[in-house]
Design a protein around this ligand. Structure first.
Ligand code: 2IO
Length: 412
Protein backbone atom coordinates (compact mmCIF):
# COMPACT_ATOMS: atom_id res chain seq x y z
CA UNK A 1 0.00 0.00 0.00
CA UNK A 2 1.30 3.43 -0.81
CA UNK A 3 2.62 5.37 2.14
CA UNK A 4 5.58 7.70 2.30
CA UNK A 5 7.63 5.25 4.38
CA UNK A 6 7.06 2.12 2.25
CA UNK A 7 8.30 4.05 -0.81
CA UNK A 8 5.49 2.87 -3.04
CA UNK A 9 6.27 3.78 -6.64
CA UNK A 10 3.99 4.31 -9.64
CA UNK A 11 7.03 3.24 -11.65
CA UNK A 12 7.00 -0.24 -10.07
CA UNK A 13 6.06 -3.44 -11.88
CA UNK A 14 3.21 -4.04 -9.42
CA UNK A 15 1.63 -0.74 -10.36
CA UNK A 16 2.08 -1.39 -14.09
CA UNK A 17 0.42 -4.80 -13.76
CA UNK A 18 -2.77 -3.30 -12.28
CA UNK A 19 -2.76 0.40 -11.40
CA UNK A 20 -6.42 0.28 -10.37
CA UNK A 21 -5.51 -1.69 -7.23
CA UNK A 22 -3.48 1.25 -5.97
CA UNK A 23 -5.61 4.26 -6.82
CA UNK A 24 -7.64 4.34 -3.56
CA UNK A 25 -4.47 4.12 -1.47
CA UNK A 26 -2.87 6.90 -3.48
CA UNK A 27 -5.87 9.21 -3.20
CA UNK A 28 -6.20 8.58 0.54
CA UNK A 29 -2.59 8.39 1.68
CA UNK A 30 -0.36 9.87 -1.01
CA UNK A 31 -2.46 12.26 -3.10
CA UNK A 32 0.69 14.16 -4.11
CA UNK A 33 3.24 11.41 -4.69
CA UNK A 34 6.79 12.48 -5.48
CA UNK A 35 8.79 10.11 -7.69
CA UNK A 36 12.47 10.85 -7.07
CA UNK A 37 13.66 8.78 -10.05
CA UNK A 38 12.02 11.20 -12.49
CA UNK A 39 11.58 14.11 -10.08
CA UNK A 40 7.86 14.39 -10.81
CA UNK A 41 4.68 14.62 -8.74
CA UNK A 42 1.69 12.32 -9.34
CA UNK A 43 -1.78 13.64 -8.43
CA UNK A 44 -4.69 11.26 -7.94
CA UNK A 45 -7.66 13.20 -6.48
CA UNK A 46 -10.39 14.36 -8.85
CA UNK A 47 -10.43 17.85 -7.35
CA UNK A 48 -6.65 18.28 -7.60
CA UNK A 49 -6.45 16.92 -11.14
CA UNK A 50 -9.25 19.18 -12.31
CA UNK A 51 -7.47 22.11 -10.69
CA UNK A 52 -4.19 21.34 -12.46
CA UNK A 53 -5.94 21.02 -15.82
CA UNK A 54 -8.03 24.19 -15.51
CA UNK A 55 -5.71 26.63 -13.69
CA UNK A 56 -3.76 27.72 -16.74
CA UNK A 57 -1.84 30.44 -14.89
CA UNK A 58 -0.41 28.00 -12.34
CA UNK A 59 0.11 24.99 -14.66
CA UNK A 60 1.47 25.02 -18.22
CA UNK A 61 1.86 22.32 -20.85
CA UNK A 62 5.61 22.98 -21.04
CA UNK A 63 6.53 19.28 -20.50
CA UNK A 64 5.37 18.62 -24.07
CA UNK A 65 8.44 20.49 -25.31
CA UNK A 66 10.52 17.50 -24.30
CA UNK A 67 7.82 14.81 -24.25
CA UNK A 68 6.33 15.47 -27.69
CA UNK A 69 7.95 18.21 -29.74
CA UNK A 70 11.07 16.21 -30.76
CA UNK A 71 8.86 13.63 -32.53
CA UNK A 72 6.07 16.03 -33.55
CA UNK A 73 8.64 18.11 -35.45
CA UNK A 74 6.95 21.28 -34.16
CA UNK A 75 4.50 22.48 -31.52
CA UNK A 76 1.22 20.56 -31.04
CA UNK A 77 -2.07 22.26 -30.22
CA UNK A 78 -1.76 21.56 -26.50
CA UNK A 79 1.48 23.58 -26.35
CA UNK A 80 -0.07 26.76 -27.73
CA UNK A 81 -1.62 29.56 -25.69
CA UNK A 82 -3.70 32.71 -26.15
CA UNK A 83 -4.93 33.91 -29.53
CA UNK A 84 -2.74 31.50 -31.49
CA UNK A 85 -4.21 28.54 -29.60
CA UNK A 86 -7.79 29.77 -30.03
CA UNK A 87 -7.34 30.26 -33.79
CA UNK A 88 -5.56 26.98 -34.51
CA UNK A 89 -7.87 24.99 -32.28
CA UNK A 90 -10.78 26.40 -34.26
CA UNK A 91 -9.18 25.17 -37.49
CA UNK A 92 -8.87 21.64 -36.11
CA UNK A 93 -12.36 21.67 -34.55
CA UNK A 94 -13.77 22.60 -37.97
CA UNK A 95 -12.03 19.57 -39.49
CA UNK A 96 -13.82 17.30 -37.01
CA UNK A 97 -17.37 18.61 -37.20
CA UNK A 98 -20.28 19.02 -39.59
CA UNK A 99 -19.87 17.51 -43.03
CA UNK A 100 -16.25 16.52 -42.34
CA UNK A 101 -17.40 14.41 -39.39
CA UNK A 102 -20.08 12.76 -41.53
CA UNK A 103 -17.45 11.79 -44.10
CA UNK A 104 -15.29 10.44 -41.29
CA UNK A 105 -18.15 8.28 -40.01
CA UNK A 106 -18.55 6.85 -43.51
CA UNK A 107 -14.83 6.03 -43.52
CA UNK A 108 -15.23 4.30 -40.14
CA UNK A 109 -18.10 2.17 -41.46
CA UNK A 110 -16.35 1.17 -44.68
CA UNK A 111 -13.07 0.28 -42.96
CA UNK A 112 -14.76 -1.65 -40.16
CA UNK A 113 -16.82 -3.65 -42.66
CA UNK A 114 -13.71 -4.54 -44.66
CA UNK A 115 -11.71 -5.60 -41.60
CA UNK A 116 -14.56 -7.58 -40.05
CA UNK A 117 -15.64 -9.52 -43.12
CA UNK A 118 -13.10 -12.37 -42.88
CA UNK A 119 -13.86 -12.98 -39.19
CA UNK A 120 -17.65 -13.05 -39.32
CA UNK A 121 -18.02 -16.58 -40.72
CA UNK A 122 -15.35 -17.86 -38.29
CA UNK A 123 -17.22 -16.80 -35.17
CA UNK A 124 -14.12 -15.33 -33.59
CA UNK A 125 -12.22 -12.03 -33.64
CA UNK A 126 -9.54 -10.35 -31.55
CA UNK A 127 -11.04 -6.91 -31.00
CA UNK A 128 -7.62 -5.31 -30.50
CA UNK A 129 -5.35 -6.94 -33.06
CA UNK A 130 -7.81 -8.00 -35.78
CA UNK A 131 -10.09 -4.99 -35.64
CA UNK A 132 -9.35 -2.04 -33.33
CA UNK A 133 -5.73 -1.34 -34.11
CA UNK A 134 -5.82 -1.69 -37.91
CA UNK A 135 -9.12 0.21 -37.92
CA UNK A 136 -7.65 3.12 -35.95
CA UNK A 137 -4.78 3.42 -38.44
CA UNK A 138 -6.99 3.14 -41.53
CA UNK A 139 -9.56 5.65 -40.33
CA UNK A 140 -6.85 8.15 -39.40
CA UNK A 141 -5.19 7.73 -42.82
CA UNK A 142 -8.54 8.36 -44.53
CA UNK A 143 -9.22 11.44 -42.38
CA UNK A 144 -5.81 12.82 -43.31
CA UNK A 145 -6.26 11.78 -46.93
CA UNK A 146 -3.08 9.66 -46.97
CA UNK A 147 -2.56 6.83 -49.44
CA UNK A 148 -4.00 3.56 -48.10
CA UNK A 149 -1.18 1.63 -49.72
CA UNK A 150 1.25 3.30 -47.33
CA UNK A 151 -0.52 2.15 -44.20
CA UNK A 152 2.07 -0.41 -43.09
CA UNK A 153 4.81 2.19 -43.41
CA UNK A 154 2.83 4.91 -41.65
CA UNK A 155 1.70 2.48 -38.92
CA UNK A 156 5.32 1.54 -38.25
CA UNK A 157 6.48 5.16 -38.00
CA UNK A 158 3.44 6.04 -35.92
CA UNK A 159 4.38 3.31 -33.45
CA UNK A 160 7.82 4.89 -32.98
CA UNK A 161 6.37 8.36 -32.49
CA UNK A 162 3.73 7.08 -30.04
CA UNK A 163 6.37 5.14 -28.09
CA UNK A 164 8.33 8.35 -27.55
CA UNK A 165 5.32 10.27 -26.25
CA UNK A 166 3.96 7.51 -24.03
CA UNK A 167 7.19 6.25 -22.44
CA UNK A 168 8.22 7.33 -18.98
CA UNK A 169 11.83 6.42 -19.66
CA UNK A 170 13.54 5.43 -22.90
CA UNK A 171 16.90 3.77 -23.52
CA UNK A 172 19.16 5.73 -25.89
CA UNK A 173 18.55 3.01 -28.54
CA UNK A 174 14.76 3.28 -28.32
CA UNK A 175 15.01 7.05 -28.30
CA UNK A 176 17.07 6.94 -31.50
CA UNK A 177 14.53 4.57 -33.08
CA UNK A 178 11.62 6.88 -32.16
CA UNK A 179 13.37 9.97 -33.52
CA UNK A 180 14.20 8.06 -36.73
CA UNK A 181 10.52 7.14 -37.13
CA UNK A 182 9.54 10.78 -36.69
CA UNK A 183 12.08 11.97 -39.25
CA UNK A 184 10.90 9.44 -41.80
CA UNK A 185 7.28 10.38 -41.21
CA UNK A 186 8.16 14.04 -41.68
CA UNK A 187 10.02 13.25 -44.92
CA UNK A 188 7.02 11.20 -46.11
CA UNK A 189 4.64 14.09 -45.40
CA UNK A 190 6.73 16.85 -47.02
CA UNK A 191 5.75 16.14 -50.67
CA UNK A 192 2.17 15.32 -49.61
CA UNK A 193 1.80 18.75 -47.99
CA UNK A 194 3.28 20.45 -51.07
CA UNK A 195 0.86 18.58 -53.31
CA UNK A 196 -2.16 19.53 -51.11
CA UNK A 197 -1.12 23.17 -51.22
CA UNK A 198 -1.26 23.02 -55.03
CA UNK A 199 -4.32 20.81 -55.37
CA UNK A 200 -6.43 20.71 -52.20
CA UNK A 201 -8.91 17.89 -51.57
CA UNK A 202 -11.47 17.68 -48.79
CA UNK A 203 -9.13 15.95 -46.33
CA UNK A 204 -7.72 17.36 -43.12
CA UNK A 205 -4.23 18.04 -44.51
CA UNK A 206 -5.75 20.20 -47.27
CA UNK A 207 -7.82 22.07 -44.68
CA UNK A 208 -4.73 22.76 -42.59
CA UNK A 209 -2.85 23.93 -45.70
CA UNK A 210 -5.69 26.29 -46.64
CA UNK A 211 -6.08 27.69 -43.13
CA UNK A 212 -4.71 31.07 -42.09
CA UNK A 213 -3.64 32.48 -38.76
CA UNK A 214 -3.40 36.28 -38.55
CA UNK A 215 -3.81 36.44 -42.32
CA UNK A 216 -0.84 34.12 -42.87
CA UNK A 217 -1.02 30.46 -43.98
CA UNK A 218 0.40 27.82 -41.65
CA UNK A 219 4.01 26.91 -42.46
CA UNK A 220 5.01 23.38 -43.49
CA UNK A 221 6.44 22.87 -40.01
CA UNK A 222 3.16 23.90 -38.38
CA UNK A 223 1.08 21.71 -40.70
CA UNK A 224 3.42 18.74 -40.12
CA UNK A 225 3.18 19.07 -36.34
CA UNK A 226 -0.62 19.27 -36.42
CA UNK A 227 -0.84 16.29 -38.78
CA UNK A 228 1.39 14.24 -36.48
CA UNK A 229 -0.63 15.48 -33.50
CA UNK A 230 -3.84 14.22 -35.11
CA UNK A 231 -2.20 10.99 -36.29
CA UNK A 232 -1.14 10.01 -32.77
CA UNK A 233 -4.14 11.39 -30.88
CA UNK A 234 -6.69 9.75 -33.21
CA UNK A 235 -4.88 6.40 -33.41
CA UNK A 236 -3.45 5.62 -29.98
CA UNK A 237 -6.57 5.65 -27.78
CA UNK A 238 -9.09 4.29 -30.33
CA UNK A 239 -8.46 0.52 -30.21
CA UNK A 240 -8.13 0.67 -26.44
CA UNK A 241 -11.48 2.39 -25.97
CA UNK A 242 -13.27 0.00 -28.34
CA UNK A 243 -11.85 -3.11 -26.67
CA UNK A 244 -12.45 -1.81 -23.13
CA UNK A 245 -16.07 -0.99 -24.01
CA UNK A 246 -16.70 -4.56 -25.17
CA UNK A 247 -14.82 -6.09 -22.25
CA UNK A 248 -16.95 -4.17 -19.75
CA UNK A 249 -20.20 -4.98 -21.57
CA UNK A 250 -19.33 -8.69 -21.81
CA UNK A 251 -18.37 -8.72 -18.14
CA UNK A 252 -21.74 -7.09 -17.27
CA UNK A 253 -24.23 -9.14 -19.33
CA UNK A 254 -27.27 -7.19 -18.10
CA UNK A 255 -25.72 -3.97 -19.41
CA UNK A 256 -24.81 -5.66 -22.71
CA UNK A 257 -28.44 -6.77 -23.01
CA UNK A 258 -29.64 -3.24 -22.25
CA UNK A 259 -27.40 -1.77 -24.98
CA UNK A 260 -28.57 -4.42 -27.46
CA UNK A 261 -32.21 -3.54 -26.70
CA UNK A 262 -31.56 0.17 -26.85
CA UNK A 263 -28.52 1.16 -28.96
CA UNK A 264 -29.08 4.79 -27.92
CA UNK A 265 -27.47 3.71 -24.61
CA UNK A 266 -24.15 3.20 -26.41
CA UNK A 267 -23.07 6.79 -25.83
CA UNK A 268 -23.49 6.32 -22.06
CA UNK A 269 -21.64 2.98 -22.23
CA UNK A 270 -18.73 4.65 -24.03
CA UNK A 271 -18.69 7.53 -21.54
CA UNK A 272 -18.70 5.10 -18.60
CA UNK A 273 -15.87 3.14 -20.27
CA UNK A 274 -13.86 6.37 -20.51
CA UNK A 275 -14.53 7.13 -16.85
CA UNK A 276 -13.88 3.62 -15.56
CA UNK A 277 -10.82 2.83 -17.68
CA UNK A 278 -9.54 5.94 -19.47
CA UNK A 279 -7.18 4.99 -22.34
CA UNK A 280 -5.02 8.06 -21.62
CA UNK A 281 -3.95 7.57 -18.00
CA UNK A 282 -1.42 10.40 -17.62
CA UNK A 283 -1.48 14.09 -18.49
CA UNK A 284 1.71 16.08 -17.76
CA UNK A 285 1.90 19.72 -16.69
CA UNK A 286 4.56 22.04 -15.23
CA UNK A 287 3.90 24.08 -12.10
CA UNK A 288 4.64 27.73 -12.93
CA UNK A 289 4.53 28.76 -9.27
CA UNK A 290 4.58 27.05 -5.87
CA UNK A 291 1.20 25.34 -5.49
CA UNK A 292 -0.14 23.92 -2.23
CA UNK A 293 -2.32 20.79 -2.31
CA UNK A 294 -3.71 19.24 0.86
CA UNK A 295 -0.55 19.28 2.96
CA UNK A 296 2.06 19.19 0.16
CA UNK A 297 3.61 21.99 -1.83
CA UNK A 298 4.59 21.36 -5.42
CA UNK A 299 7.46 23.73 -6.17
CA UNK A 300 7.54 26.07 -9.14
CA UNK A 301 9.19 24.36 -12.11
CA UNK A 302 8.16 20.85 -11.06
CA UNK A 303 6.64 18.35 -13.48
CA UNK A 304 3.21 17.13 -12.41
CA UNK A 305 1.44 14.06 -13.80
CA UNK A 306 -2.34 13.85 -13.48
CA UNK A 307 -3.44 10.25 -12.80
CA UNK A 308 -6.64 10.28 -14.82
CA UNK A 309 -7.66 6.72 -13.90
CA UNK A 310 -7.39 7.54 -10.20
CA UNK A 311 -9.26 10.85 -10.49
CA UNK A 312 -12.06 9.13 -12.41
CA UNK A 313 -12.58 6.72 -9.52
CA UNK A 314 -12.57 9.29 -6.76
CA UNK A 315 -15.58 8.65 -4.48
CA UNK A 316 -15.84 12.41 -3.99
CA UNK A 317 -16.75 12.69 -7.67
CA UNK A 318 -18.57 9.39 -8.39
CA UNK A 319 -20.67 7.14 -6.14
CA UNK A 320 -19.43 3.51 -6.03
CA UNK A 321 -16.58 4.54 -8.35
CA UNK A 322 -15.18 1.03 -8.83
CA UNK A 323 -18.44 -0.20 -10.33
CA UNK A 324 -19.02 -0.07 -14.08
CA UNK A 325 -22.55 1.27 -14.52
CA UNK A 326 -23.64 2.95 -17.74
CA UNK A 327 -26.84 4.04 -15.95
CA UNK A 328 -25.02 5.91 -13.17
CA UNK A 329 -26.75 9.26 -12.62
CA UNK A 330 -23.52 11.06 -11.72
CA UNK A 331 -21.95 10.25 -15.10
CA UNK A 332 -23.90 13.06 -16.77
CA UNK A 333 -23.89 10.97 -19.95
CA UNK A 334 -25.26 13.77 -22.13
CA UNK A 335 -22.36 16.04 -21.15
CA UNK A 336 -19.67 13.36 -21.24
CA UNK A 337 -18.24 14.40 -24.60
CA UNK A 338 -18.35 18.15 -23.90
CA UNK A 339 -16.46 20.72 -21.84
CA UNK A 340 -18.92 20.01 -19.01
CA UNK A 341 -17.85 16.34 -18.72
CA UNK A 342 -17.55 15.13 -15.15
CA UNK A 343 -15.01 12.41 -15.99
CA UNK A 344 -11.50 13.57 -16.93
CA UNK A 345 -10.67 11.13 -19.75
CA UNK A 346 -10.60 14.00 -22.25
CA UNK A 347 -8.75 16.24 -19.82
CA UNK A 348 -10.40 19.55 -18.88
CA UNK A 349 -9.92 23.25 -19.46
CA UNK A 350 -8.65 25.03 -22.56
CA UNK A 351 -6.77 21.98 -23.85
CA UNK A 352 -9.55 19.46 -23.39
CA UNK A 353 -9.50 16.89 -26.19
CA UNK A 354 -10.40 18.51 -29.52
CA UNK A 355 -11.34 15.10 -30.93
CA UNK A 356 -13.97 14.13 -28.35
CA UNK A 357 -16.89 14.34 -30.78
CA UNK A 358 -14.91 12.38 -33.38
CA UNK A 359 -13.98 9.74 -30.78
CA UNK A 360 -17.63 9.34 -29.76
CA UNK A 361 -18.76 9.07 -33.39
CA UNK A 362 -16.02 6.56 -34.24
CA UNK A 363 -16.56 4.20 -31.32
CA UNK A 364 -20.35 4.51 -31.45
CA UNK A 365 -20.36 3.68 -35.17
CA UNK A 366 -18.19 0.56 -34.82
CA UNK A 367 -19.97 -0.64 -31.69
CA UNK A 368 -23.40 -0.23 -33.32
CA UNK A 369 -22.16 -2.32 -36.26
CA UNK A 370 -20.67 -4.98 -33.99
CA UNK A 371 -23.56 -5.56 -31.59
CA UNK A 372 -25.93 -7.29 -34.06
CA UNK A 373 -23.07 -9.20 -35.71
CA UNK A 374 -21.54 -10.60 -32.53
CA UNK A 375 -24.40 -12.77 -31.33
CA UNK A 376 -23.79 -14.46 -27.95
CA UNK A 377 -20.43 -12.74 -27.75
CA UNK A 378 -18.09 -14.10 -25.06
CA UNK A 379 -14.41 -14.19 -24.14
CA UNK A 380 -12.50 -16.95 -25.97
CA UNK A 381 -11.95 -19.75 -23.45
CA UNK A 382 -8.47 -20.26 -22.10
CA UNK A 383 -7.23 -16.71 -22.63
CA UNK A 384 -5.82 -14.55 -19.86
CA UNK A 385 -6.82 -10.89 -19.93
CA UNK A 386 -3.88 -8.50 -19.77
CA UNK A 387 -3.44 -4.74 -20.15
CA UNK A 388 -0.29 -2.79 -20.82
CA UNK A 389 0.87 0.80 -20.71
CA UNK A 390 1.30 3.48 -18.06
CA UNK A 391 0.68 6.54 -20.20
CA UNK A 392 -1.84 5.12 -22.60
CA UNK A 393 -3.26 1.83 -21.37
CA UNK A 394 -5.44 -0.84 -22.88
CA UNK A 395 -5.89 -4.59 -23.45
CA UNK A 396 -2.99 -6.36 -25.15
CA UNK A 397 -5.61 -8.47 -26.93
CA UNK A 398 -9.34 -9.20 -26.62
CA UNK A 399 -10.06 -12.55 -28.29
CA UNK A 400 -13.82 -13.05 -28.56
CA UNK A 401 -16.07 -15.82 -29.79
CA UNK A 402 -19.59 -15.36 -31.10
CA UNK A 403 -22.30 -17.12 -33.06
CA UNK A 404 -22.21 -16.04 -36.71
CA UNK A 405 -25.51 -14.51 -37.82
CA UNK A 406 -26.97 -15.41 -41.19
CA UNK A 407 -26.44 -12.62 -43.72
CA UNK A 408 -23.55 -11.06 -41.83
CA UNK A 409 -22.79 -7.50 -42.82
CA UNK A 410 -25.49 -5.50 -44.53
CA UNK A 411 -24.31 -3.67 -47.68
CA UNK A 412 -22.99 -0.22 -46.73
C1 2IO B 1 -0.29 13.99 -28.89
C2 2IO B 1 -1.28 10.91 -25.70
C3 2IO B 1 -2.30 9.74 -27.50
C4 2IO B 1 -2.99 14.94 -27.57
C5 2IO B 1 0.10 14.53 -27.55
C6 2IO B 1 1.53 14.91 -27.59
C7 2IO B 1 -0.71 15.72 -27.07
C8 2IO B 1 -2.09 15.42 -26.54
C9 2IO B 1 -2.89 13.55 -25.15
C10 2IO B 1 -3.75 13.03 -26.20
C11 2IO B 1 -3.58 11.55 -26.49
C12 2IO B 1 -2.19 11.05 -26.84
N1 2IO B 1 -2.08 14.58 -25.38
N2 2IO B 1 -3.72 13.83 -27.38
O1 2IO B 1 -2.89 13.06 -24.05
O2 2IO B 1 -3.10 15.56 -28.60
Amino acid sequence: MPTADTRFSVLSEDFAADPYRYFAGLRERAPVLHEPAIDSYFLSRHRDVRRVLTDHAAFSTAPLQVRAEPVMRGPVLAQMTGAEHTAKRKIVVRSFSGRALQDQVRAVRANAAELLAPFLPLGRVDLVNDLGRPLAVRVTLDVLGLDRRDRELVAGWHAGVAEFITSITLTPERRRHCLDSAEQLEAYLRPVIQERRRRPGDDLISQLCGAEYDGVALTDREVTALVLNVLVAATEPADKTLALLFKHLIDHPEQLAAVRREPALLAAAIAETLRYTPPVQLIPRRAEQDVAFAGTTVPAGATVFCLIGAANRDPEAFAAPDTFDLHRPDLGAARSFTAAAQHLAFGAGLHQCVGAAFAKAEIETVAAMLLPLLDQVRHSPGTRYRESGLYTRGPVALPLEFTPVPGGLPPS
